[in-house]
Design a protein around this ligand. Structure first.
Ligand code: NAP
Length: 291
């Protein structure tokens, strides 16, 4: 079914506009307080996807003038060494944000290490204190991907109040926090996961459908309500028949696009917003320390 006004939610363009504003803000902060905001991204091992994400984050920092204090550890680094690095950064007055790039190698306890990050520098919003603040609807550092999705919805003046929102995926990084944010914005929220029965029956009721799973083409056209708003968080690398590799989301974009009211592309939708919210959280953390 054709929608009257299918529209792409252009995360790339919005991210660029926010980064331009952040650049001006960072410049102003630097001249007022004598130093730029600082972000430390910690990476362990050589996971190629993680390396790309870390590189993108550091590039984005450089573009807006945020100083990078990243460290790259070998895959066999000890837990104590990573913990010491986190404690040093917790006390470093030039560092406002600390991000531990996940996943970590098996021998490291990521939950334990995430708990070591000073909650006021936890720009990924994964410390229990920040997750608790989110649960209570209090101000604080919030997980970047869900925050980016909410910002995108606001930018396109999509009022979620009273709408049926279905979130597919329940990770602590994406699914759960986004469900809480939608609830806070007065949506009626359903969370689906790998044990959900009759997923299609649920997704077909969704005015707002968020896919955060990590499976290409999980959401097909017959699972989408006509004129729905579809947010595709998934990032999957697939190889086509010609052997060419490309990124796709969790939604069968070509089949679904024309029946939606709004949809995010992959790439160029949620991804650029995630990086931008990380920069915004770092500036937020800096401002809170300095004001
Ligand atoms: P995750 O931790 O692996 O969680 C995946 C979730 O999907 C789990 O809750 C899982 O259910 C659920 N699931 C798996 N198979 C399912 C199925 N057949 N039907 C319904 N639910 C199913 O992944 P994540 O960290 O949340 O990331 C999800 C996706 O988003 C990935 O593709 C990731 O690369 C992408 N991502 C993108 C960004 C961005 O900036 N765009 C940022 C972060 C992540 P169970 O809980 O039952 O196992």
């Amino acid at each position: 079914m054709k929608s009257v006004y299918p529209q792409l939610l252009d995360g790339k363009a919005l991210a660029q506009r926010i980064q331009d504003q952040l650049k001006a803000e960072v410049e102003r902060l630097k001249s007022t307080y004598g130093r730029p905001p600082g972000l430390a991204v910690l990476m362990v091992g050589d996971n190629p996807a993680s390396a790309t994400y870390v590189r993108n984050k550091e590039r984005a920092c450089a573009k807006v003038g945020i100083a990078s204090f990243g460290q790259h550890f070998p895959a066999d680094v000890s837990q104590a060494e990573v913990e010491q690095a986190i404690h040093r950064l917790n006390h470093d007055p030039n560092v406002d944000g600390i991000l531990l790039q996940l996943p970590l190698p098996e021998h490291l306890n990521s939950v334990y290490l995430l708990h070591q990050i000073n909650p006021d520098k936890d720009v990924d919003g994964l410390h229990p204190l920040n997750l608790g603040r989110l649960l209570r609807g209090e101000t604080g550092l919030r997980s970047c991907t869900p925050e980016g999705v909410m910002r995108l919805l606001r930018e396109y003046q999509i009022d979620v109040k009273g709408k049926n929102a279905v979130v597919v995926g329940r990770s602590i990084l994406v699914g759960k926090p986004i469900a809480l944010m939608l609830l806070e914005a007065d949506a009626t929220v359903t969370i689906a996961h790998s044990r959900t029965q009759n997923l299609a029956e649920l997704t077909r009721q969704a005015d707002i459908l968020i896919a955060a799973v990590g499976r290409p083409n999980l959401i097909t056209a017959d699972q989408v309500k006509p004129n729905a708003i579809v947010i595709d968080v998934g990032i999957n690398r697939v190889t086509d028949a010609q052997g060419k590799s490309r990124l796709v989301g969790d939604v069968d974009f070509d089949a679904v696009r024309d029946m939606t009211q709004f949809i995010t592309p992959v790439p160029g939708g949620v991804g650029p917003m995630t990086v931008t919210m990380l920069l915004q959280n770092t500036v937020f953390s800096y401002t809170r320390t300095n004001s």
